[in-house]
Design a protein around this ligand. Sequence first.
Ligand SMILES: [Zn+2]
Ligand SMILES: [Zn+2]
Length: 281
Amino acid sequence: MCFVGFFLGVAMLGCGNNSGRDSYAFDSGSGFSSDVPDMEDTATPDSVTTTTTFTPTLFDGSVTSVVVEVDYAAEAEPAVSGPLTDSTWDLFEANAARLFEGVATVSIPKTLADMERMDSVIPGPYSTGEVMAISEANRDHFPSEGVATFHFLYLDGYAEASDGSPDLNVVGFFIRGTSVVAIFKPMINNLALLEITRNFGEQTALIHEFGHAIGLVDITVPPTSNHHDSPNGAHCTNDACAMFHALEGPNDLVEFADKYATSGTNVLFDEDCLADVDALK
Ligand SMILES: [Zn+2]
Ligand SMILES: [Zn+2]
């Protein structure tokens, strides 16, 4: 398999279904380590290094420990408890544990005490380059032998649309070629009146972006069945799966959360996405 394109390609996955950003040339471009010509934002720091680059060997047994680091801006605290659960992040944990079942343990902060507040963060809207700069300034955990790390940033602002305005269709995004995920908390706050729906939607957004970060669908995890929604990027055709494309936008996310928040559904990936991951083990 050829992963060269993945290492060199950088694109933003998070976007609404109308904005077209999902159709970016995912595997084109070059030179992530020193410059990022394919990223839309020229403010990308030159200091972006390969130390944060995700390796495509997550499931072959060479990684035995997966560490998720969560940093949040003041006023953008992740939901950690709420209706029906004392631990909102149990849902993310269940999904991450299922993905890595049999190959690696996952370590996930589930309380604010285990996450880190970022006291000085530039105001949004945020470009991918700005998100990378915030990650670089705050990241504490880096990959090492046998250990993969992911950096989740909760930001008190919106993603930046191509015209520089706040993008009200983007709940979160994963920056391809990295292990960095951003969640735009005001989007979550606006999602729904019901706390249970908001919290489930927030967790679903995290799970969706983490799915991209570990290589779904067809980023570094090749499809083993016909479920890759390639017209919509790295997504799954099943609207009941966390990797459905429209879950990056607020409307479908709320619909999904309304449907599954009280259903007892634990693992939000469908069988097809799980089979793709399991095939690499
Ligand atoms: Zn997506
Ligand atoms: Zn799926």
